[in-house]
Design a protein around this ligand. Structure first.
Ligand code: GSH
Length: 245
């Protein structure tokens, strides 16, 4: 039975799952659920994920949603997956859980809160939440500082202090990649104080090549159009009000 991955490549947790499957040679069928077209709300998809979110997986009768849980499950279920992705060592594993829980509470709230509410929702005529975007402007730089000074502390290339990446690295870097939708100036201004973060992004791109770029291609393709639309419609000044360290 082939694994089915329900995903939208514009969605950061979807991209993390897709890159993980590809880099590990997991045989799967990708089924696109376009979130901006609200395909996650069809009764058929709700049977798969009652939360109406991507990604989700189905393998025979088994269904699972939540990208972190999916990555852990796939790392354990597929024998070809190298140990560094989700180490058997209980302490290394616990550290991955710690990074991933932090990701959902901080980095994701910051990055998604900002990009969705100031760019994607207004450009697509969907309701945005100004309170969430104000909160994101405070949380995002704080999260990037913590990533730089705490999670990437030390000499290791990746989040566990390793020379090889884990599921946490893929998950967090896909979150940050959506910031490419900001204008080039805002992107540079936001990320440039974080040298270790920038190097870590490059290291993960290299460690997961060619799949990283392949899966992010739609995002890079849309980036130009989104940036142009933002300028012509003056949708927002996403960097405005962002509070650095
Ligand atoms: N915590 C979930 C987040 C999933 C999520 O928020 N997915 C978004 C796309 S990035 C979605 O499907 N949103 C649909 C909606 O809000 O209607 C995970 O890690 O899988």
């Amino acid at each position: 039975m082939t694994l089915k991955v329900y995903a939208d490549r514009f969605s950061q947790p979807s991209r993390a799952v897709l890159i993980f499957c590809k880099i590990n040679g997991i045989d799967f069928e990708e089924i696109t659920i376009e979130v901006l077209k609200l395909q996650q709300f069809t009764p058929e998809y709700k049977e798969i994920n009652p939360m109406s979110e991507v990604p989700a997986i189905v393998d025979g009768k088994f269904k699972l949603f939540e990208s972190h849980a999916i990555l852990m499950c796939l790392a354990c279920a597929y024998p070809g997956v190298a140990d560094h992705w989700y180490p058997a060592d209980i302490f290394k594993r616990a550290k991955i859980h710690s990074v991933l829980d932090w990701h959902h509470s901080y980095l994701r709230r910051g990055a998604t809160g900002l990009v969705y509410n100031t760019i994607l929702a207004p450009l697509n005529g969907l309701p945005s939440n100004p309170q969430a975007s104000d909160e994101a402007k405070k949380i995002l730089p704080k999260s990037l500082s913590i990533l730089e000074d705490y999670w990437l502390e030390g000499t290791g290339q990746f989040l566990l202090g390793n020379s090889e990446p884990s599921i946490a690295d893929i998950s967090l870097v896909c979150e940050i990649m959506q910031l490419e939708f900001l204008s080039e100036k805002d992107f540079r201004r936001l990320l440039s104080p974080y040298k270790k973060v920038l190097q870590w992004i490059e290291d993960i791109k290299n460690a997961t090549a060619p799949y990283f770029d392949e899966v992010h291609m739609v995002l890079f393709g849309a980036q130009k159009g989104i940036r142009e639309q933002m300028v012509t419609q003056s949708v927002s000044n996403p960097e405005g009000g962002i509070q650095h360290k």
